[in-house]
Design a protein around this ligand. Structure first.
Ligand code: ADP
Ligand code: MG
Length: 308
């Protein structure tokens, strides 16, 4: 349904996107995950036809961006990263303003505004000025504004940045609801937990390049079979000595009495280690099995932490 084919986009000397391709199927809740400056907003702006690529082509339902019609543009709803609301107008007035931009007929607009205000849980606050709203509430009105014209494709650019946990959960539930009624959603974030929790398929982007794409499970497979366990011990351990005994594992010191063990099939071989510790009169105070995650994958593929 949405296809980016070999997109390159430069801003002066900065290459925001470099031969970047991915596709999103109809009804999919798709995540675009990457650190600040990766090219997420540029991708959203290209998809919403605010800007055009230098090279490559974007297809919506098989039709090239070069031939985009108003109807095609109207099938897209954008929730931009920057909040686009007037502080001195009420929530209702702001939505009326956006509805006029989308040229929604007056009567229909009235119903849509009510519907959207209820969806974002702020109908009761509709007459209050935006400047009295919290960051999370502004975000929710921003979402309502982007969905007024009932688009089939929804582009959300980091909608939870600067949002309190309650609004964040509310926004998540809303997105799930929109997904359930069949909307196609692209969700950008630099929080790997959000992408993992919410999205069916995820594209990882860094410095304008696609690093990896797939379902969570497919992405975890790229990590290989290596597992990680963190042990907190009753006393300090001579790492060199234990490494000597368990050559198949990588063992490192994390802090005093805390060690990290990495290796293949670790869970099944753990008894060797626990037996050794017991013999050395060292107790395991705490044991954490670190599940594979996208943070680790990002580190493996780029050599950098996802979070600066
Ligand atoms: N309008 C612009 N003018 C100049 N540089 C830009 C512009 N928009 C984005 N960039 C640059 O392009 C790169 C990608 O930016 P962006 O798409 O906003 O990343 P993200 O949304 O992932 O943080 C960054 O280096 C950014 O500074
Ligand atoms: Mg951005």
């Amino acid at each position: 349904m949405i296809e980016l084919r070999k997109i390159t986009k430069n801003f002066g000397n900065i290459q925001a996107l470099d031969n970047f391709s991915f596709d999103v199927k109809k009804g999919e809740l798709f995540g675009l995950l990457g650190p600040n400056g990766a090219g997420k907003s540029t991708t959203i702006n290209l998809l919403s036809t605010f800007i055009a690529p230098d090279k490559g082509e974007i297809f919506l339902n098989g039709i090239s961006h070069k031939k985009a019609t108003l109807k095609m543009k109207m099938s897209i709803g954008v929730i931009p990263q920057e909040i686009a609301l007037y502080d001195d107008l009420s929530a209702l007035e702001n939505l009326q303003f956006w509805g006029d931009i989308y040229q929604i007929p007056t009567k229909e607009l009235k119903n849509r505004i009510t519907e959207m205000l209820k969806m974002v849980g702020l109908f009761g606050r509709r007459k209050d000025k935006i400047k009295t709203f919290s960051g999370g509430m502004k975000r929710r009105i921003n979402i309502a504004a982007g969905l007024l014209h009932n688009p089939n494709i929804i582009l959300m650019d980091e909608p939870t940045v600067g949002v309190d946990p309650q609004s964040r959960n509310f926004i998540f539930e809303m997105i799930k609801g929109l997904h359930q009624i069949g909307k196609t959603i692209i969700y950008t974030t630099h929080y790997m937990e959000e992408a993992e929790r919410l999205c069916q398929r995820i594209a990882i982007i860094d410095q304008g390049k696609l690093i990896a794409i797939g379902t969570k499970e497919e992405l975890y497979k790229l990590l290989g079979d290596s597992e990680t366990i963190i042990l907190e011990l009753s006393k300090n351990l001579d790492i060199e000595q234990i490494s000597h005994f368990f050559g198949n594992f990588i063992i490192s010191d994390l802090s005093e009495n805390k060690i990290k063990i990495e290796g293949i099939n670790l869970k099944n071989n753990l008894s060797e280690i626990t037996t050794y510790l017991k013999r050395s009169f060292i107790n395991i105070e705490k044991m954490d099995y670190i599940k594979p995650n996208l943070e680790k994958l990002f580190l493996k593929l780029t050599g950098k932490e996802l979070r600066e």
